[in-house]
Design a protein around this ligand. Structure first.
Ligand code: ZN
Length: 231
């Protein structure tokens, strides 16, 4: 399955064709996909203001498309409205971080168990490449790229389950990475190193098709992520 995350650049370039009758629709969809993705990978950090004009220009869409996508993101709780009407990225509360950890654990350990039966060589290769991307981004100090690779790792794991509905449900749920410390651009390097190691252990367990071991490593990964976020 092609990860939707890797399609964002294509979407940005296709937005320049504005002649189609449903161009308005397409622009709003593009703005929504781009903004939600950038929020999830913490490129736009919690409590950052999303300025309509700036994003309209950057994504090459009209301002009403950005506004429409912001209304949609507001409904999903990814953004909130400030006193004077501006839109800001939501910051997760402790309870939300905890709930997200539980949701991720439930969905991803289930997906891992299925993946042990269903993952193809291609799935495993893609996960391995994403692990390498993550390591390279960390080494270069490109942390937004590292967050993106982290998110992709988990989406690929869902896809490896072989259950496209499960993978789709996960994508549509916009499940964020644990933010907070990371959001403040102060994620210590050691957190990234830990993530890298944990991802490798999960990948190794998948290679061995060892359900119990993989589930154990996933739990460790999520527990550590939650703990670090709440610190
Ligand atoms: Zn991870």
């Amino acid at each position: 399955m092609q990860s939707s995350l890797s399609l964002t650049n294509n979407r940005a370039s296709s937005s320049r064709e504005e002649q189609a009758p449903n161009a308005e629709r397409t622009q709003a969809e593009l703005a929504y996909q781009e903004l939600s993705h950038r929020i999830l990978i913490l490129e736009i950090a919690p409590n950052d203001r999303i300025v309509e004009q700036f994003w309209a220009k950057k994504l090459q869409v009209n301002r009403s498309a950005v506004r429409e996508s912001l209304t949609r993101l507001l409904g999903e709780g990814l953004v909130y409205q400030g006193e004077r009407g501006g839109f800001f990225v939501s910051e997760m509360t402790d309870d939300e971080i905890h709930e997200i950890r539980e949701v991720r654990e439930i969905l991803e350990t289930a997906a891992f168990t299925l993946a042990c039966d269903n993952a193809t060589t291609k799935h495993i290769k893609e996960i391995e490449e994403t692990c390498n991307d993550f390591a390279n981004f960390v080494r270069k100090g490109y942390f937004t790229g590292a967050h993106e690779a982290d998110l992709r790792f988990h989406h690929l794991l869902m896809a490896a389950s072989g259950n496209s509905r499960l993978a789709h449900l996960y994508e549509r749920a916009h499940i964020p990475l644990f933010q907070r410390k990371a959001a403040l651009a102060r994620t210590p390097l050691e957190d990234f190193i830990k993530t890298e190691k944990e991802h490798h252990l999960i990948l190794e367990a998948l290679r061995k098709r060892d359900k119990k071991l993989g589930v154990q490593h996933l739990r460790t990964h999520f527990n550590r992520g939650e703990k670090d976020a709440l610190e």
